[in-house]
Design a protein around this ligand. Structure first.
Ligand code: VTB
Length: 345
């Protein structure tokens, strides 16, 4: 799965990021998302693979492209019979978020990325469009911090694992009313809080690398993106746990319906019999081979955003692979114009 597919997957996220970056700062998040979806799908459909979207833009009826269940790859194309032998190809599951942090992109703020995770069939949890309580932490704290413990307890454990004072810890939390108590508790415990407006995938990934000065992600974000974060953190050997949130008393807006009972029924229908289950990174991204790829749209902590120049663009992509046990930063110059201009900036 790794070699040529890996390279092509890089181009998938690069193309999505370049498309969104054209709309960076234009104030239109839907358009920034739409162009990324289109670019991602177009590039994906040129890959000689049998891919299936398990996490995408939503249910088929709501999303015209990259909807859940959509078959992608050249073999899914109408004229494919002539040159594709599906029996020769492994089936691949794909989780995508073509423009993670659409607001960040639309308002020119740091931290938006085009991301995806792939695995062999069945290797990624098909998370429903619900919310998810998340806990991400560095490898040293893997399996030691626990989402069912209080933030205060987890900060003590984290400080021990990282051999530093609680006051030397930085916890990323999304700035939402639902997190007011959590933020207060983290501050009272002595740690520092980095509030972000959006984009918890990037924040989670930062926890997997030493030197980012981000030591944990806590709080509630979207569930599908939780799987993509889990894929990256699993490959990095870092800690990730997620628990679905279905109670509208906890998250009042957005993705979930207004009745707790109806939400539970919806989860049951999807085959989730224990809605309170706490999932580990290894359960959310359980495949033998898992690969994460993300290209910065706007600049982030560990990656640059897309930089345009006359006739081209330069991108930076992070590819993390469980198979080769590598985290690779890929720096690409895209030459669009004629005559070609290759600028090192
Ligand atoms: C967004 C987005 C995050 O969760 O906030 C979303 O910025 C859902 O939360 O990166 P809200 O409905 O409160 O905005 C993420 O998409 C990913 O978890």
């Amino acid at each position: 799965m790794e070699n040529t597919l890996g390279l092509e997957i890089i181009e998938v996220v690069e193309q999505a990021a370049i498309a969104s970056a054209h709309l960076m700062g234009k104030g239109d998040k839907n358009e920034a998302d739409r162009v990324a979806v289109e670019a991602m799908r177009e590039r994906m459909n040129k890959i000689y693979m049998r891919g299936r979207i398990v996490i995408g833009e939503g249910e088929r009826d709501d999303a015209p492209m990259l909807y859940i269940g959509e078959e992608v790859g050249i073999c899914s194309q109408p004229n494919a019979k002539e040159f594709c032998n599906p029996d020769e190809l492994v089936e691949i599951d794909i989780a995508v978020d073509p423009c993670e942090g659409t607001n960040l992109c639309a308002y020119g703020q740091p931290g938006s990325m085009a991301v995806l995770a792939i695995s062999e069939k069945g290797g990624l949890f098909a998370a429903p469009d619900f919310y998810m309580k998340k806990l991400a932490a560095p490898p040293a704290a893997k399996g030691k911090v626990d989402i069912s413990k209080s933030a205060t307890e987890n900060l003590k454990i984290l400080a021990e694992c990282l051999d530093r004072g609680i006051d030397e810890l930085v916890v990323v939390v999304m700035k939402r009313d639902r997190h007011n108590d959590l933020i207060k508790e983290i501050r009272e415990a002595g740690a520092r809080v980095q509030l972000i407006s959006d984009g918890d995938v990037g924040a989670a990934i930062n926890c997997g690398f030493a030197g980012t000065n981000i030591h944990a992600l806590m709080g509630i974000g979207a569930a599908p993106e939780g799987v993509i974060s889990a894929a990256a953190l699993r490959c990095l050997g870092a800690h990730f746990q997620g628990q679905l949130i279905y109670d509208p008393a906890i998250v009042q807006t957005g993705l979930i319906g207004e009745s707790k009972e109806a939400n539970i029924a919806r989860l049951n229908e999807m085959g989730i019999t224990d809605p309170d289950k706490i999932y580990t990174a290894e359960e959310l991204a359980s495949g033998e081979n898992v690969l994460f790829a993300g290209t910065g749209i706007t600049p982030g902590n560990i990656m640059n955003g897309v930089r345009f120049f006359k006739g081209g663009a330069r991108t930076q992509t992070l590819v993390i692979s469980s198979q080769s046990q590598t985290a690779r930063f890929v720096d690409t110059i895209h030459m669009h114009g004629q005559p070609k201009v290759v600028q090192l900036r």
